[in-house]
Design a protein around this ligand. Structure first.
Ligand code: FES
Length: 105
């Protein structure tokens, strides 16, 4: 079986863009821009892969985002929250407790 190439990354941030979370494409694009601005892209040891989901099955208190490998779930996201997550979680390695509601690790 031929396998597809994969660019290495450290974290995977999946943001819900479903109806109950406000179909928030602008916020997803804001996150993508912030990740690029922070240099957390391919080749960086702390690279973050950002994807959207149609619905993550929570559907309350959105916008919702989950970040792996830690399994940290965030709610009530806005631009200020994204700034804090990029700085403290993605760059600093510490999930933002005040914005999270579940953490499986
Ligand atoms: S619509 Fe966002 S979790 Fe369901």
């Amino acid at each position: 079986m031929k396998k597809p190439p994969m660019i290495p990354y450290k974290r995977h941030a999946i943001m819900c863009c479903g109806k109950s979370c406000g179909e928030n494409m602008p916020l997803l694009n804001y996150l993508k821009d912030k990740v690029i601005e922070a240099g957390l892209t391919a080749g960086d040891p702390d690279a973050v892969r950002v994807n959207r989901a149609g619905c993550l099955g929570v559907c309350a208190e959105g916008p919702i985002m989950v970040v792996y490998p830690e399994g940290v779930w965030y709610c009530h996201l806005d631009e200020a929250g994204i700034d804090q997550i990029v700085e403290e979680h993605f760059k600093g390695g510490k999930p933002v407790k005040s914005l999270s509601f579940h953490h499986y690790a």
